[in-house]
Design a protein around this ligand. Structure first.
Ligand SMILES: CC(C)(COP(=O)(O)OP(=O)(O)OC[C@H]1O[C@@H](n2cnc3c(N)ncnc32)[C@H](O)[C@@H]1O)[C@@H](O)C(=O)NCCC(=O)NCCS
Ligand SMILES: Nc1ncnc2c1ncn2[C@@H]1O[C@H](COP(=O)(O)OP(=O)(O)OP(=O)(O)O)[C@@H](O)[C@H]1O
Length: 203
């Protein structure tokens, strides 16, 4: 069977990408999550983690040698230069690893999903044939991200400021999933879109 077509699924922090991806997953769709891959490439023993420790010092590591993600999050979302440094280190590796994981074995659906907050901000979008945007108003995004991760509002706002503005993301969308509504309604929309994609209705 031919390689499945890659459909990108994006949205800002707290928009509901993981929630929507799980709904596709329940329908048998294979998906790869860039946030998970971004963790894999800085696991202990990786060149990525070694370079981060060289750059930021050993205090960026926890006692067990793993990355102190909260500390790095505070640094990079306060200092755009440090964020750019981290992105230029990690994004090429993340993209290569995404491309690798997007080729499942023994898979009989015509598409797979690439779930990423930075699909359109990076060259990850070149991996995808079509783009689904999970959309909520910014205030909903902030409230959900604060509640989920116990993040202070100003940190969530800084993360949103580092991402593509909502209107620009919507301009790039082939399909929009409005996630500012009850989950059972979102599930119905996902099922409908899945049927469309399953029928290769993407040209
Ligand atoms: C800064 C880090 C260590 C913070 O880790 P933490 O566990 O607190 O958050 P996590 O990785 O789960 O990301 C949470 C959300 O933050 C946002 N985010 C993460 N990195 C970025 C970035 N470089 N630019 C804009 N938003 C980002 C995304 O919406 C993401 O879903 C981590 O996000 C990171 O290594 N970022 C750089 C790699 C990257 O760009 N990852 C995004 C997917 S490609
Ligand atoms: N339709 C909805 N109604 C109410 N809560 C929702 C809805 N969709 C998602 N949520 C909740 O909002 C929070 C953010 O959702 P989710 O983790 O799926 O977002 P995300 O886009 O993957 O975020 P991130 O980019 O930060 O990883 C979660 O706590 C989730 O349970």
């Amino acid at each position: 069977m031919e390689n499945p077509v890659v459909i990108g699924l994006t949205g800002g922090i707290g928009s509901g990408k993981s929630t929507v991806a799980k709904m596709f997953g329940d329908l048998g769709v294979h998906w790869v999550d860039a946030d998970i891959v971004a963790r894999e490439v800085v696991e202990p023993g990786t060149p990525g983690l070694e370079k981060i420790a060289e750059h930021f010092g050993q205090e960026i590591l926890q006692e067990d040698g793993s990355l102190d993600r909260a500390a790095l999050r505070t640094i990079v979302f306060r200092d755009p230069h440090e964020r750019e440094w981290l992105e230029s280190l990690l994004h090429p590796t993340i993209r290569d690893e995404l491309a690798r994981q997007l080729q499942p074995e023994d898979y009989d659906l015509p598409y797979v999903l690439l779930v990423s907050p930075l699909l359109l901000e990076t060259d990850q979008y070149t991996l995808a044939r079509k783009v689904i945007v999970v959309d909520v108003p910014v205030e909903t995004q902030i409230e959900r991200a604060m509640e989920r991760d116990d993040n202070p509002r100003d940190q969530v706002e800084r993360i949103i400021a580092a991402q593509m503005p909502r209107e620009h993301r919507l301009e790039r969308a082939d399909y929009v999933i409005d996630n500012d509504r009850p989950l059972d309604q979102v599930r119905d929309v996902v099922r409908e879109l899945h049927l469309k994609l399953q029928d290769k209705d993407w040209d």
